[in-house]
Ligand binder design. Structure first.
Ligand code: SDX
Length: 428
């Protein structure tokens, strides 16, 4: 196969190198395009543009493949712990017993946040959205740990930044939930594993003991794994772009949290449940809402449906859909939202509009049903997405820095006014 692509621009032909990935994906390296032709490419929304070479996650949107460092998501969700997957994403391999013990111990020893963080929580209006708080709290870590700000950090400091982030994220997420209730915060219990510690900090009421339910631990462990990384999605690309300016890790991750909040991205899991509640309140007439989603004059979209990459199915949605039945049965919960979701999926997938556009349920379509069954309010759903995505963001940011990528600075095609003289205000 040719190692180059030929491009003819206004009669001038140039050759550009092809770059081949380990799964035979082909990219045209356009690094010299502008120097050789004066032209740039334009790809609104980056639908056909690669921003990086990466060894972390592989997606095949046509075949519904998702692998992390070569391991199938189905294997990881079934067999691994979330911390194992975090280690895998960040270090490139699954940890052996000693590596896992060391990783886990380092994280357990950094779960407490600075007491002054409570003062920041005090300042937040009680009803403020958890994602706005999370953006601020993650970025505030650079204030509590100013040694994380320097650009010439040694490996030990870089590792410490990662341990602190992974360790304090559950604590901060639990504090955000407690803040929403006006309840006192719980401290981490380092005898507990990562997920159990988070559940305990979140759901333990100050006046009672809290019994950790293994059904919830297993379900959340699986959900966090399914959200852990997803190559160059909107929030991860944001983390990489902010990190490329050599901003500190906490600020870069805070920017990723902000991007994830959008309803077209991680915010969709909250929107899905609100949509299902709306359809339920409207008598469960799914056909009516599927037709609204197809109507171009109607802003309504089927939230949790469609994906930029997956064009046959989102493997994560399939795993979560199976887990839904299992978790709700084990918890003895009947949630009519699940029935509506399944009917919505069935109706949409039989409809030419969705078939032609290859729109299928994505990771957000069923996840909220499990979060709700676990006792989380909808406003916390995207916080849980961020908790899962954290190791992926860290791994991607580290990879970008290790590759010594230049600061990200896209070009543009200018479509505004051409040169015109300044006119005095009285003459306008
Ligand atoms: C996540 O990138 C990632 O990997 C993201 C993610 C991750 O793990 O990081 O997987 C997590 O963000 C999942 C997606 C969550 N968002 C939603 O569920 C919101 C609803 N879905 C859409 O808004 C949409 O499908 C996107 C944003 C997910 C993808 O949008 P694209 O790729 O830009 O596609 P598009 O908006 O151009 O849609 C193509 C066509 C359009 O119709 P036509 O103009 O061709 O007539 O499909 C239609 C769209 O109107 N369409 C939908 C639809 N999604 C797309 N129509 C109705 N309902 C929908 N949900």
């Amino acid at each position: 196969m040719s190692e180059t692509a030929k491009i003819n621009i206004q009669g001038k032909e140039i050759e550009l190198p092809l770059i081949l990935g380990s799964e035979n994906e082909t990219g045209i390296d356009i690094s010299d395009l502008r120097a050789k032709t004066g032209a740039i490419t334009l790809d609104i929304g980056y639908k056909n543009t690669g921003a990086a070479t990466s060894a972390i996650t592989y997606l095949d949107g046509e075949l519904g493949i998702l692998r992390h460092r070569g391991y199938a998501i189905e294997d990881l969700a079934e067999n691994a712990t979330f911390l194992e997957v975090a280690y895998l994403l960040i270090n490139g391999k699954l940890p052996n017993n000693d590596e896992y013990k060391d990783f886990d111990l380092n994280i357990r020893h950094h779960t407490i946040v600075n007491e002054d963080m409570k003062n920041i929580f005090e300042a937040w209006p009680t009803a403020s959205h958890p994602m706005g708080q999370l953006i601020a709290m993650i970025s505030s870590l650079s204030s509590f740990y100013p040694e994380s700000l320097g650009t010439g950090q040694n490996e030990e400091q870089k590792k410490l930044n990662v341990y602190r982030l992974l360790a304090k994220m559950p604590t901060i997420c639990a504090m955000i939930y407690k803040k929403s209730l006006g309840h006192p915060f719980n401290y981490p219990q380092n005898k507990l594993d990562y997920v159990s510690n988070f559940l305990n900090m979140t759901f333990k009421h100050v006046t009672e003991d809290y019994e950790i339910d293994p059904v919830l631990v297993n379900a959340l462990n699986k959900l966090l794994i399914l959200h852990a990384d997803h190559e160059q999605n909107c929030s991860t690309s944001t983390v990489r772009l902010v990190g490329s300016s050599h901003a500190n890790l906490y600020a870069s991750i805070g920017a990723g949290v902000a991007a994830l909040w959008g309803p077209l991205h991680g915010g969709a899991n909250q929107e899905v449940i609100e949509m299902l509640e709306l359809i339920k309140a409207d008598g469960g007439n799914v056909e009516k809402w599927v037709n609204k989603a197809k109507d171009k004059s109607d802003d309504f979209r089927l939230m949790g449906f469609g994906h930029r990459v997956y064009k046959n199915f989102d493997p994560r949605a399939n795993i979560i859909k199976k887990a839904c039945d299992d978790v709700l049965n084990k918890l003895g919960i009947h949630d009519s939202s699940l029935e509506i979701a399944k009917k919505l999926e069935q109706t949409a997938l039989a409809d030419p509009y969705f078939i032609e556009r290859k729109l299928f349920p994505n990771v957000d379509f069923y996840s909220g049903i499990i979060y709700k069954a676990m006792g989380f309010p909808v406003e916390m759903f995207t916080v849980l997405f961020a908790l899962g995505r954290l190791p992926g963001w860290i791994a991607q940011c580290n990879e970008m820095r290790d590759q010594k990528q230049p600061i990200g600075r896209p070009r543009q095609i200018y479509t505004g006014e051409i040169l015109r003289p300044y006119v005095e205000r009285g003459q306008r």
